[in-house]
Ligand binder design. Structure first.
Ligand code: C5P
Length: 227
């Protein structure tokens, strides 16, 4: 069967990764969560004290980029790939609110983006891939066969993210999560390099009032029409 490339972009906590995982599983495709890669670089910068609420030592991070190795390793028990930073499984750490609070500053650095985009394009060179992020349909795979752009109102998204964090045992406040979602969206959409925008040929999906199943059905119809 023909293999296609599916690019899924959109605002934070719009359920991109849940949908992307479902589609990839159904089609037997590779799923790549590019946010995990930016989060891992942010964690690396935090570990070295190059970024916090007060400072961003951009040049130190840029100089160290050749030493940063990112790898996805499939975990058969969980049914998805986990992020490894220089050989260490950092899957849990990169999902924390602390990392969420720093990641958009790191993702605005062009040198960071160039490194990750190259790795992402390599992963998708044989098609048969579902990739989610902010610039997949615009920069990473501008020729993707299917481009989706997901939105939902900020309160719905913050509620989803808050429930996810609480379910994992994180001690967070809803207002803090809402603030993070809004701040990240602002930085991501206004940065100079690869801002979060809908590709002209992307199909917009507002899932504020759609169930996960309804959304999956709609998207699978689009996918099937391309196979
Ligand atoms: O997808 P997730 O919310 O985990 O992404 C975390 C952050 O990584 C985003 O807020 C954005 O700053 C950055 N990102 C990006 N480009 C991508 C994926 C994520 O700039 N393709």
């Amino acid at each position: 069967m023909k293999k296609i490339t599916i690019a899924l972009d959109g605002f934070s906590s719009t359920g991109k990764s849940t949908l992307a995982k479902q589609i990839a599983k159904q089609l037997g495709y590779v799923y790549v969560d590019t946010g995990a890669m930016y989060r891992a670089i942010a964690l690396y910068a935090m570990q070295n004290n190059w970024v916090n609420d007060k400072q961003l030592l951009k040049q130190d991070l840029i100089a160290a980029l050749p030493n940063v190795q990112l790898k996805f390793v499939y975990n058969p028990t969980l049914g998805f790939a986990e992020m490894y930073l220089n050989g260490e499984n950092v899957e849990k750490q990169i999902r924390s609110l602390e990392v969420s609070n720093q990641v958009s500053k790191i993702a605005a650095i062009s040198e960071v983006r160039a490194k990750l985009v190259e790795q992402q394009q390599n992963m998708g060179k044989d098609k048969g891939i579902v990739m989610d992020g902010r610039d997949i349909g615009t920069v990473v795979f501008p020729d993707a066969d299917l481009k989706l752009f997901m939105t939902a109102d900020a309160a719905t998204r913050a509620k989803r993210r808050y429930e996810e964090l609480v379910a994992k045992g994180d001690d967070v406040a809803y207002d803090e999560v809402l603030k993070n979602v809004q701040e990240r969206d602002l930085i991501d959409s206004t940065r100079t390099d690869s801002p979060l925008i809908k590709a002209e040929d992307a199909i917009a999906i507002d899932n504020s009032n759609l169930s996960k199943d309804e959304q999956y059905e709609q998207v699978m119809q689009l996918v099937q029409s391309l196979l």
